[in-house]
Design a protein around this ligand. Structure first.
Ligand SMILES: Cc1cc2nc3c(=O)[nH]c(=O)nc-3n(C[C@H](O)[C@H](O)[C@H](O)COP(=O)(O)O)c2cc1C
Ligand code: SF4
Length: 444
């Protein structure tokens, strides 16, 4: 069994209450940080741990904290709990089962940043999570872990839960800040980055739920102990939300470095592909990352076993690699049409584009329309190259990465499954009758 940090107590009855959480060592990191460490020492420990942001980009958390302009007040910590990326459902699991782990992390991280007001921005549809968090926060206030002069120290913190604006784009950190300020969730041009001008134009750190919830363990056990788990620059553990045609879909906490093959097929994790079917493709890190066929998700192009790490999953770049992203692991068996799946993703991105930049606003519409005509049996052969062309014109030409998130899945699907796109064009009658492409696969 791999090391459990975030989910160690997740099945303990009533762990969502302050009393039980405290009984299992909860809030010890707040006591240690506030009473025995300076804010810079807390940041240093997180730096040492090598903890990387778990929201998708994998930026080192301690380094992000150290960029914050400490001469300017007030400063803010904002937790990104918007979690709208298709295939990703780990944050809501953690927050609903063990809300105090996030509240404790918020106190530790806010102390390190010198923030006296912090926010948890939760996807608006997840009302039940908002209610669970509000209850945990009220308990923490009542026990003296939030509010004025926490544990008798001169540090004070107010923590608020804010319901999200109901759009995927509100998960992009600067759109989130706009939304938190009460405006439409449009991403901002960068620079300035939030560490310099964030919420209300003040220095702000935005971190994912899982990133923040990992910090109490790091403070209790030391950054070196965290860095000793995992492989290379992929330290610690990661929550993976696994879905699709797996025997045991669910949220798993893995030590970074588990081979992908073990994650898919071993009984400790997903238990393999549903009976009678064969794995065809995997989207390893949420809908925005490149899709890979079975051979390339299990082994790199060099023939080495692919590991669940930032580096190994991206080995081969966008030609033969993908990304760990937010850890939304979608496994597809041979019954899935990659073309139809891509059309579905494209509809999503077109719908969610905020419309500020033409390449994304118009390009996502083009992608959706071209794919739609293909799955209706009205595609033309040159549509395949047209899709690649449109995707290329979006990439690198937009204010925020939603454009790339829409483009990368297109480019990778065509690179690895071109034959399937051609089948849709060359078999219009079958497509119109509702048949889908059937990949002939041998058991992996
Ligand atoms: C369209 C879009 C949606 C995003 N949604 C989320 C989200 O729901 N949760 C999240 O933590 N990060 C999301 N991100 C990434 C954030 O912009 C940001 O990188 C992250 O919150 C930083 O936290 P971390 O460093 O702890 O990963 C999204 C990015 C984009 C472009
Ligand atoms: S890339 Fe798309 S979502 Fe991002 S700012 Fe531009 S139009 Fe909006």
């Amino acid at each position: 069994m791999g090391k459990k940090i975030l989910t160690e107590h997740i099945h303990t009855p009533n762990i969502e209450t302050f009393e039980v959480y405290r009984k299992h060592g909860g809030y010890a990191a707040v006591e240690k940080a506030l009473k025995t460490m300076t804010p810079d020492e807390v940041t240093e420990e997180v730096k040492k741990s090598g903890l990387r942001g778990r929201g998708g980009a994998g930026f080192p958390a301690g380094m992000k904290w150290s960029f914050i302009d400490k001469k300017t007040t007030p400063r803010y910590l904002v937790c990104n709990a918007d979690e709208s990326e298709p295939g990703t459902f780990k944050d809501r699991y953690l927050m609903s089962k063990n809300p105090h782990s996030l509240v404790e992390g918020m106190i530790v991280a806010s102390y390190a940043l010198g923030a006296n007001t912090s926010y948890i921005y939760v996807r608006g549809e997840m009302l039940y999570v908002i209610q669970i968090l509000e209850k945990a926060i009220a308990e923490a206030y009542a026990k003296g872990f939030l509010g004025k002069n926490i544990l008798g120290t001169d540090y004070s913190l107010d923590l608020y839960v804010h319901p999200g604006g109901g759009a995927y784009i509100c998960g992009e950190e600067t759109a989130l800040l706009e939304s938190l300020e009460g405006k439409r969730g449009n991403p901002r041009n960068k620079p300035p980055f939030p560490a310099v001008k964030g919420l209300y134009q003040q220095p702000t750190v935005v971190n994912n739920v899982e990133t923040i919830a990992a910090t109490p363990w790091i403070i209790n056990n030391g950054g070196d102990a965290y860095a000793a788990i995992g492989v290379g620059k992929s330290t610690g553990t990661k929550l993976i939300s696994a879905c699709g045609h797996l025997k045991k879909p669910g949220v798993y906490e893995i030590e970074l470095g588990v081979p992908v093959e073990e994650f898919i097929y071993s009984d400790e994790y997903c238990g393999g592909i549903r009976a009678g079917h064969t794995l065809k493709a995997v989207v390893a890190g949420g809908s925005s990352v490149p899709i890979l066929p079975t051979a390339l998700i299990l082994k790199t192009a060099k023939g080495e076993p692919r590991l669940m790490t930032y580096e190994s999953l991206s080995d081969g770049g966008f030609i033969t690699g993908t990304m760990l992203g937010s850890g939304g692991f979608i496994a597809m068996d041979e019954t899935v049409s990659v073309v139809k799946n891509l059309w579905n993703f494209s509809r999503f991105y077109h719908h969610e584009s905020c419309g500020q930049c033409s390449p994304c606003r118009e390009g996502t519409g083009w992608l959706e329309r071209i794919l739609h005509r293909m799955v209706k049996g009205e595609g033309k052969l040159h549509d395949i190259d047209l899709l690649v062309d449109v995707a290329k014109k979006i990439e690198g030409n937009t204010i925020c990465p939603l454009g790339e998130a829409a483009a990368w899945p297109v480019a990778s699907a065509i690179r690895h499954f071109r034959h399937e796109f051609e089948w849709y064009v060359n078999n219009k009658d079958k497509v119109k009758r509702g048949e889908i492409y059937q990949e002939q696969l041998v058991n992996a």
